[in-house]
Design a protein around this ligand. Structure first.
Ligand SMILES: CC(C)(COP(=O)(O)OP(=O)(O)OC[C@H]1O[C@@H](n2cnc3c(N)ncnc32)[C@H](O)[C@@H]1OP(=O)(O)O)[C@@H](O)C(=O)NCCC(=O)NCCS
Length: 158
């Protein structure tokens, strides 16, 4: 896949079925159509897709929450990366990294001062991606996933 050119843009309503398809192919954590549409309506700048030759091959969906900071004892606006995936044939060419960069820029525009996400403790590709982006592990949630696997909570300041 190296050499393939991709573009990143905001999601449109027509992309939601394709995004759901990528989500089902890439992750065991799947969501209803209304869950995706809700995020598209509320945080459109932080819901992005990557396209290669006019085909959507990856996405990131984020939101902003109010809650306790992962870095100081205070309430804050936190960005939350809900889901990110790239189709297997289009991996390792920088799409995931750039979806994260652009997603974080959007979260900052919405006023978030930090960002966090959950990741399976066995998901080395994703953990490496987040470490490359200067995320650190701030917590481990036992039995977070439906099959009983633990999650790392990873976070960084924006
Ligand atoms: C995680 C995922 C989104 C990465 O997407 P990607 O487009 O392949 O990522 P990139 O090409 O931008 O890679 C950026 C960095 O991530 C890390 N990385 C990505 N894939 C990796 C792998 N298989 N092994 C080790 N590190 C990996 C590397 O540090 C890489 O930088 P490098 O290529 O300079 O070494 C993709 O593997 C995926 O869709 N996985 C399935 C869904 C998933 O697990 N989502 C995350 C849920 S929390």
């Amino acid at each position: 896949m190296s050499g393939k050119r991709y573009t990143i843009r905001m999601v449109e309503l027509k992309d939601i079925p394709v995004v759901m398809d990528i989500n089902r192919k890439c992750l065991p954590e799947n969501y209803t159509e209304s869950f995706f549409i809700q995020h598209y309506k509320k945080f459109p700048k932080a819901f992005l897709v990557a396209e290669v030759d006019g085909k959507v091959v990856g996405y990131i969906m984020c939101r902003v929450e109010h809650g306790f900071s992962n870095f100081k004892f205070a309430l804050t606006k936190k960005g939350h990366v809900i889901s990110i995936a790239v189709l297997p044939e289009y991996r390792r060419i920088g799409i995931g990294y750039n979806l994260m960069i652009k997603g974080m820029e959007a979260l900052k525009e919405y006023g978030a001062t930090e960002v966090y996400l959950e990741v399976r403790v066995s998901n080395y590709p994703a953990i490496h991606l987040y470490e490359k982006l200067n995320y650190t592990i701030v917590n481990r949630i036992h039995g977070y996933y439906a099959d009983g696997e633990d999650a790392y909570v990873m976070a960084r300041q924006l």
